[in-house]
Write a protein that binds this ligand. Structure first.
Ligand code: ATP
Ligand code: MG
Length: 421
């Protein structure tokens, strides 16, 4: 679990701002659900024989009432619970998004943490392939907006439960023939969740997995039509995708379309975003049956990938640094500073430092002004203030250049202090 400190936290805010703007463009609305949910929600929703439920959940008993609770390992189950609890689909479909921390007790490594952050989008109540495609286009637009490159889209269809059942039988029969070549995980899952064996990260199992019966060959015409619908929209929008018949996801709740956005630049934690359709989860969680589809991205992995690609870092400094030579001028200076902030200028105000006499020397204040990254300094000298003026000094381009501005007309010259306007 990590502390996210400045200036790193500015990258988070930058990404979150982009996400908020984009979600608004696609008319997805923000939902905020609790970080703690009843354990049963995840067991029922994600599936009993999944990595998350078997070994990754932070579960505990409420000491006061004995309730079994879990820190959310993902947010789809909580969103679905909220949608059901508040009858949100009463008037038709809903498009929702969330951002926030998730918790999984995994082995920490690059791109894999125990508290990590997801941003997710869910469209509930819509059955058609157009919404699957809309969500994929939304994610694709986000990569563009962030300046991410080299992100591949992999698609698969998991079909419907009866198709999965037929495939499952064929798969079990095949795996039983190769029982002596399976690892422990696979042997344990052979009869409980054989599809997940195809998701193995064990290189020794790749050959067996490669030759296994493919789910796609068991899909009926409706499932194929849905999948073709998604692909046609993506292709019409110039979105590159590749079909990965072995793509299955970590949760049991998916059907039909599943997808992942992957990169080769993050080592073995190369999936930055994953999602798919989950038409049976709402009913599973106790709601009236309704279709749904969504994705979640890993914020840490996206930010790491951006760093890897050395993309433009957001600027993290105030427009101006306010140099305040003496304590005596603090009230007058702060009155001006507040006016500037109201006019939209960001101001980092010099403040007395611990163990230093008064406001500190001009030399030390200018050192701080330089280190702040601000493009200009405001200097509240006694002499200028008594003439109703304040000095603006350039710290970067043309460093040293100074000009005086009248306090009586702050709103007129304030815009000239904007450093990125
Ligand atoms: P992985 O195969 O990498 O374990 P997953 O299938 O468990 O991923 P999802 O549950 O689909 O992941 O979550 C969506 C995204 O959240 C992932 O694609 C990844 O970017 C991110 N993510 C998942 N687990 C972690 C983690 N422990 N630390 C950081 N990011 C994570
Ligand atoms: Mg995982």
């Amino acid at each position: 679990m990590n502390d996210i400190l400045p200036p790193e936290s500015a990258r988070w805010e930058w990404l979150e701002d982009k996400v908020r703007r984009l979600m608004a463009q696609y008319a997805y609305r923000n939902i905020r659900t609790p970080i703690v949910e009843p354990t049963a929600l995840f067991v029922r929703g994600l599936g009993e024989v999944t990595d998350i439920v078997e070994k990754e959940m932070y579960s505990f008993e409420d000491r006061l009432n004995g309730e079994h609770l879990t820190l959310r390992p993902e947010s789809t189950a909580g969103v679905v619970r909220a949608v059901v609890e508040h009858s949100m689909l009463y008037e038709g479909g809903k498009r929702l998004y969330y951002m926030g921390p998730m918790f999984r007790h995994e082995r920490p490594q690059r791109g894999r943490y125990r508290q990590f952050h997801q941003i997710g989008a869910e469209a509930l109540g819509f059955p058609g392939p157009e919404v699957d495609a809309e969500l994929i286009l939304l994610a694709d637009a986000l990569w563009r907006e962030l300046g991410l490159k080299g992100v591949r889209l992999e698609l698969n269809s998991l079909g419907e439960p009866h198709e999965r059942m037929a495939h499952r039988e064929a798969l079990i029969a095949y795996l039983e023939q190769h029982a002596d070549e399976l690892d422990d995980d696979a042997r344990r899952r052979l009869h409980s969740n054989p599809l997940r064996i195809l998701d193995t990260k064990n290189p020794a199992m790749q050959a067996i997995v490669d030759a296994a019966p493919r789910l796609v060959d068991f899909l009926g015409p409706e499932s194929i039509a849905h999948f073709d619908g998604v692909k046609a929209i993506l292709t019409a929008n110039g979105v590159q995708w590749s079909f990965n018949p072995r793509l299955v996801r970590g949760m049991d709740y998916y059907n039909l379309t599943v997808f992942e956005f992957v990169t080769d630049q993050l080592g073995s934690q190369g999936t930055i975003c994953g999602g798919g359709r989950y038409d049976y989860l709402i009913e599973q969680v106790g709601g009236k049956p309704a279709p749904a589809v969504g994705w979640a991205l890993g914020v840490e992995r996206v930010l790491e990938l951006l760093k890897e690609q050395a993309s433009d870092e957001p600027r993290v400094c105030a427009d101006v640094y306010a140099v305040i030579p003496s304590s005596a001028v603090v009230p007058a200076a702060m009155k001006v500073i507040e006016q500037l902030r109201r006019a939209g200028i960001s101001v980092q105000m010099h403040a007395a430092a611990a163990g230093v006499e008064g406001m500190g020397s001009m030399k030390s204040q200018f050192k701080k002004a330089d280190a702040s990254g601000a493009i200009r300094a405001l200097i509240f000298g006694d002499d200028e203030l008594s003439r109703g003026m304040v000095t603006v000094k350039a710290l970067r381009d043309g460093a040293g250049a100074q000009s005086e501005h009248p306090l009586a007309s702050i709103d007129q010259w304030a815009p000239t202090l904007q450093s990125n306007g």
